[in-house]
Write a protein that binds this ligand. Structure first.
Ligand code: PHE
Length: 345
């Protein structure tokens, strides 16, 4: 049995919604724990708990490596199969989430994640101040996906330089797996720069957007195993399984999806195959960096953008450290996070 390395986990049946509300506070060593609120279907609420535990630990590492004075947490609302929240149930869920955050007394602040929006953050914000990314008219920094996409682009530049000695993505062959709010924005940025794109999503309706960008539309599995320079996972986690990694034909995997590795062994396998993997929590930090820079540190949009673009240097440093010390970029990132968490900045 593995040990619990979280400071606290609060699991409640929402008093209004009747749904399982799970808030995992992984660490407040560097400051208030932050992490988005995921509203998603799970066959069993315990699967939602697993997700909350993993995602909150990743937020701790994300904040530490990004140089933020915050810890990691995550909220998961585990919606049972067959229930499609209507506006009334959604409202009830968000009120329940807000009360659960209030019960944590400032240890944790939330933000948007898969299944929630800035408008949802405004609803949560009616009951608690511990919420980021409310729409601008409610005093927040709004949608975090443009910054997440920009941060991923910065990570891609560092990897591109490493592979081909240039930081432009023009002419690079990339496949993007998942065209959600971050994936589609990123695909647009890449198309604007002249990248050669394969795009995919489980939702066939996304094909129109792909066609508009002049990209080649493929299935998610084809996108993952395509003969390209870089595969960009931009959907839900767990895509890098021990079955899929041996079939990859890319030189690197870099994307904004959280929890990309299905197992630790899949990570080792990537390394043995000589495929560069930038940890998801490093590549996806743009959203939280932007929100915290603007809302906590009162930075200007330009300052926030600069901090998001600095992910390029973070990734370049990690790749250089990894090579120098004969470790994987993932190990280099873990060690950096560890150093920061133990006060050795
Ligand atoms: N979904 C964001 C992430 O995984 C979470 C977040 C964004 C939290 C912005 C707070 C502010 O990083």
């Amino acid at each position: 049995m593995s040990s619990l390395d979280h400071e606290q986990v609060l699991i409640r049946t929402g008093t209004r919604s009747g749904l399982p509300i799970i808030v995992a506070v992984h660490s407040t060593a560097l400051g208030q724990a932050v992490g988005g609120c995921r509203l998603w279907h799970y066959a069993d609420w315990r699967d939602g708990l697993d997700d909350a535990l993993r995602l909150s630990a990743a937020m701790t590492a994300k904040c530490a490596v990004a140089g933020l004075a915050n810890g990691g947490g995550k909220t998961v609302v585990a919606v049972p199969p067959g229930i499609e929240p209507d506006p009334a149930l959604r409202r009830a869920v968000l009120d329940d989430v807000a009360d659960t955050i209030t019960a944590l007394d400032g240890a944790y602040a939330t933000g948007p994640d898969v299944g929630t929006t800035p408008a949802d953050m405004a609803v949560i914000g009616e009951r608690t101040p511990h919420v980021f990314c409310k729409p601008a008219q409610h005093g927040g920094s709004g949608d975090s996906s443009p910054a997440t996409a920009l941060g991923t682009l910065a990570a891609l530049r560092a990897v591109r330089r490493r592979l081909h000695g240039t930081r432009t993505l023009a002419g690079a062959r990339l496949s993007v797996v998942g065209l959600g709010s971050v994936g589609l924005r990123l695909a647009r940025l890449l198309a604007d720069e002249g990248a050669d794109l394969l795009l995919s999503d489980i939702d066939p309706a996304k094909r129109a957007a792909s066609d508009e960008l002049g990209a080649t539309w493929v299935s998610p599995e084809q996108a993952l195993t395509a003969d390209v320079d870089i595969v960009v996972p931009a959907a839900l986690g767990g895509v890098l399984t021990e079955e899929i990694v041996p079939r990859l034909r890319c030189a690197a995997v870099v994307g904004p999806a959280n929890n990309q590795l299905a197992t630790e062994a899949a990570g080792d396998l990537l390394h043995r195959r000589g495929i560069v993997w930038v940890p998801d929590y490093v590549a996806s930090a743009g959203g939280v960096v932007n929100a915290l820079t603007v809302e906590l540190h009162k930075g200007t949009p330009d300052e926030a953008r600069e901090r998001v673009e600095a992910i390029e240097h973070t990734v370049a440093d990690l790749l250089a450290t990894a090579e120098h010390r004969h470790v994987t970029p993932a190990q280099a990132a873990t060690e950096l996070a560890q150093r920061r968490l133990t006060g050795a900045w």
